[in-house]
Design a protein around this ligand. Structure first.
Ligand code: SAM
Ligand code: SF4
Length: 336
């Protein structure tokens, strides 16, 4: 089913439920320099080998055709995107696309201090930094590696070069770090950042935290209301799963992403490309298209566009988290 329509000469990609799909998340690697207990096994992931992940040329081609179809925002994620060599040049090539999509990156921040200037110069628009504790020992406990100081240096460097607005992603987990919600929220008083609280998704097997450690959006909101008056922000025309608030008098904002406790699928605007080259219509749907094999079999741009449209058409109305999982994958293989 072709859902491509044209509006004032600009392509628009719509799924079967008429949602506009204009956001592509690309996982550029499944490797990572941390081992967060809610995401990765201690031993890391089995290597898929050099040819197992898409080359930058292949990724560029998927991005270019997606943008021609109507994608307006590309997020690079992982694994940890900054561990893949050549990422800066890849971003620079995406920045040359005539449609000038917004280019963003989600990173754990460990390698950010030394890369912030180059990322900005390459054309990155802004950045999300994942950080689950402001306490060095706890950071190490959650991510199985030391590194809080490096992440904070990365945050400072990203701020200094203007990769703004900086968004900080925090996953509160009951009995682990939920007592830091107020500390994270207070960062927004002085800094024009967006601190986002993402519900823990107990979606892969073998993680160190259990489903009963999910700290629901309602409790996050109640904790925030203890810090100061919490006002919801108007976001006319902006889609996406986050609910946005501002603490009274704060320079920055707060996001709550009720990934599990509420269905935000009505607002879904995204497609995902996994590091090993599978197009995934929904984070929680195993209904993938093996783009890697198809790209390597010499498909032309029209064929590639048809597959992207097929993946968009396969987007489910909403995920069934209760009945689903990430289908044998872990979050780092999909990109969160
Ligand atoms: N390594 C990068 C980072 O950590 O920002 C990018 C990849 S990571 C998979 C992307 C996001 O997914 C991070 O913000 C991380 O906290 C989040 N994430 C990973 N596993 C999760 C889970 N089980 N529940 C909720 N969020 C998760
Ligand atoms: Fe690595 Fe990001 Fe997963 Fe942590 S959340 S293990 S930093 S991919």
């Amino acid at each position: 089913m072709r859902r491509l329509s044209s509006f004032q000469g600009t392509n628009i990609l719509r799924d079967s439920f008429l949602r506009k799909i204009d956001y592509l998340r690309i996982s550029v690697t499944d490797r990572c320099n941390l081992r967060c207990r809610y995401c990765m096994p201690e031993a890391g992931v089995p290597s898929v080998g050099h040819g197992g992940i898409l080359s930058y040329e292949e990724l560029y081609r998927v991005a270019r055709v997606s943008v021609e179809l109507g994608v307006r925002k590309i997020r690079l994620t992982g694994g940890e995107p900054l561990v893949r060599k050549g990422l800066i040049d890849f971003i620079a090539s995406l920045a040359q696309l005539p449609q000038q999509p917004e280019l963003t990156l989600t990173t754990n921040g460990l390698l950010l201090a030394e890369n912030a200037v180059a990322l900005k110069q390459a054309g990155l628009s802004r950045i999300n930094i994942s950080l689950d504790s402001l306490q060095p020992e706890r950071f190490k406990e959650i991510s199985r590696r030391a590194g809080l100081e490096q992440v904070l240096a990365g945050l400072e460097a990203a701020d200094a070069v203007g990769l703004a607005p900086i968004k900080i992603n925090m996953v509160p987990i009951l009995g682990v770090n939920e007592d830091e919600i107020a500390d994270f929220a207070r960062l927004t008083f002085e800094n024009p950042w967006q601190v986002r609280f993402i519900e823990f998704m107990p979606v892969s097997s073998g993680l160190d935290y259990t489903p009963d450690q999910l700290y629901p959006a309602a409790r996050i909101q109640a904790d925030l209301q203890q810090v100061a008056e919490l006002n919801e922000e108007e976001r006319p025309g902006i889609l996406g799963p986050a609910r946005i608030y501002r603490l009274q008098g704060a320079a920055g904002t707060i996001g709550i992403i009720p990934a599990v406790s509420e269905h935000f699928c009505r607002e879904c605007n995204r497609l995902r490309l996994t590091a090993d080259g599978y197009l995934r219509p929904c984070l929680l749907s195993p209904d993938e298209i093996d783009l890697r094999t198809i790209l390597r079999s010499g498909v032309d741009d029209e064929g590639l566009a048809a597959l992207l449209e097929k993946s968009v058409a396969a987007k489910p109305k909403q995920h069934q988290l209760e009945e689903s999982s990430v289908g044998g994958r872990r979050m780092q293989g999909i990109g969160g």
